[in-house]
Design a protein. Structure first.
Length: 319
């Protein structure tokens, strides 16, 4: 009897162990190490054009790079299933609000059983404002009231204002930060240097009091966080090797702009392929050469990532 109970306990704990290694029990008995489905997410589109450069818009550049990325991945890995969150300049899933558009992207990624989520965006910063004193103008004012009212003249400085493009350039790869303290999620800074974040103000952030959100955050933290860092790091290292400006490696951010990263239940990165607000980089990210460099780098990072993830055993830390 004791033996039987022990055997039963052993079997149960083994099953629990195996299920915990297989994602949400997708394939029972074996670890989920095969990367079969990749979700490619071209940022923005349709009613939500994203950042604007002097001659192009973010939605178009991200779509072009995303389609080329999918094609290149498919060529190199014919068995890989590629799912795009959009393939035209339209709202994702033809959803009318930005909130639903983003929700659709995450839902599609999840319902397609994605193993990796790659979101492609362009960065942008505000132009630099300048002011130069051009001279003075004499202006007349009245001071006092009633009989005491009198006329005075003052010299008022005259300025010429103009802006120049912000020279910020380079690539950035973001992952959703894994917060151990869930309360932090609620106090996520709204302050952001990226203009596009403002337009996402109607997105609801994960509510740590909602059990489903809480569970998803926990799974992200436990299962996907390290893989996301690894993949993001490979992408950033590759950009650096291509001579792009390194803006500090993989960055963790929790704000509305990258909400979709944690909503997709899989390792996920958001790649800012360059600054559309920088005239040189805008040309580069629109050019065939620039786009093929970017694609080649992400394909290379994916190749290494896939090999690493798939070669890891059940006991691996990375799983
Ligand atoms: Zn964007």
């Amino acid at each position: 009897m004791v033996k039987r109970t022990l055997l039963y306990l052993f079997t149960v704990s083994l099953s629990v162990l195996l299920i915990s290694f297989t994602g949400q029990g997708k394939e029972q008995g074996f670890p989920q190490t095969q990367i079969k489905t990749v979700i490619i997410d071209p940022g923005h589109g349709g009613d939500f054009p994203g950042a604007r450069g002097s001659f192009s818009k973010e939605a178009d550049v991200s779509l072009s790079v995303s389609l080329k990325l999918g094609k290149a991945l498919q060529q190199q890995f014919p068995d890989l299933k590629i799912i795009y969150t959009r393939t035209t300049d339209a709202n994702a899933g033809n959803r009318s609000t930005l909130k639903d558009d983003l929700r659709y992207r995450a839902d599609l990624a999840n319902s397609s059983g994605g193993d990796l989520f790659i979101s492609i965006h362009c960065n942008s910063t505000s132009p630099i404002r300048h002011r130069q004193l051009t001279g003075y103008k004499t202006a007349t004012f009245y001071v006092g009231k009633g009989k005491k009212k009198r006329k005075v003249t003052r010299k008022v400085p005259q300025y010429h204002y103009w802006t120049t493009p912000n020279p910020a350039k380079g690539t950035e790869t973001y992952i959703w930060a894994a917060n151990k303290d869930e309360a932090k999620i609620q106090s996520i800074s709204q302050n952001n240097e990226y203009g596009e974040i403002d337009s996402l103000s109607n997105i609801t952030m994960p509510d740590p009091n909602d059990p489903a959100e809480k569970a998803r955050m926990l799974i992200y933290t436990q299962k996907y966080f390290r893989k996301s860092i690894m993949f993001g790091d490979l992408i950033e290292q590759g950009f650096k090797a291509q001579g792009r400006v390194d803006r500090g490696g993989v960055k963790q951010r929790n704000d509305k702009g990258i909400w979709v990263l944690q909503a997709a239940g899989m390792p996920s990165v958001l790649v800012e392929i360059g600054f559309i607000s920088n005239p040189d980089e805008e040309k580069y990210i629109n050019s065939d050469k620039g786009q093929s460099d970017i694609v080649a780098n992400i394909v290379n990072a994916f190749t290494i990532y896939k090999q690493k993830v798939e070669s890891k055993s059940v006991n691996s830390q990375i799983n």
